[in-house]
Design a protein around this ligand. Sequence first.
Ligand code: SIN
Length: 287
Amino acid sequence: MSRITVQALSPALGAEVSGMDLREPINRQTFLEIEQAWHQHLVLRFRGQRLSDPQLLALSRQFGELDPPGPNPYGKPFLADFPEINVISNVKVAGQPIGNLGDGEASWHCDMTYVERPPRAALLHALELPDGGSDTYWSNMYLAYETLPAGLKQRIAGRRAIHDASYNSAGMLRKGMKEISDPREAPGAHHPLVVRHPDTGRLALFLGRRRNSYIVGLDLLDSEALLDALWAHATRSEFAFRQQWQLHDLILWDNRCTLHRRDAFDGNARRIMHRTQIKGDAVIAGA
Ligand code: SIN
């Protein structure tokens, strides 16, 4: 038996895992317990983990093959020595951003769903934090699907949506992308709106991000109205967990059945997070 404890953080999702030093390799028994907790709670928080970048990479690799970050607005990795790590930060050095997303709100999204095989998981490590604000929220897309009114379930059954690749969650155009005014022309993967989770078999709403989304085959106005209704439902507060960061928190989340967003924070404060992602499988249509 391992010595870890798992405690739920909200009724919808999120759990705190205690009793681990993530700098050490995870033994088989403990790994299975973490995996089970992850499938049950979707987002796991490990407090007090002082990880160097190589340690973050070694930890991440225990969950699968690393998926490099998607293109950022500046066109090159933030860490030349560790290109698999994405830096989420508002800090500038000599006028140049050291990371992505700035200090504004990052709107609800899941990561890199504009590719055919989006990452299955992500790990986010808090290295520098403002005194307040900058909370991050995750929302449970199993619950969102299960509680969706029957009429909406019927309207999205068998339908796919475009997951736009042009803009990041802070509304910045990615390097090499053109501005898009008609969502029907947005570049990016077309994924089912309802997916089956490859590990748990449960059905989840799979929305990606709202900007430039379009439900294939619908009139544009109908698509906009249906997407607005789905997003209003999926982001209801009772499906969410709010993460109030402490230094050296490490969060591991399931990117296939959650959305996340971040609050804006004081632009004069410094916030630095390092993030990795784990490669995912092909998306499975659920309904
Ligand atoms: C993100 O991965 O979208 C950023 C989350 C955060 O900055 O807390």
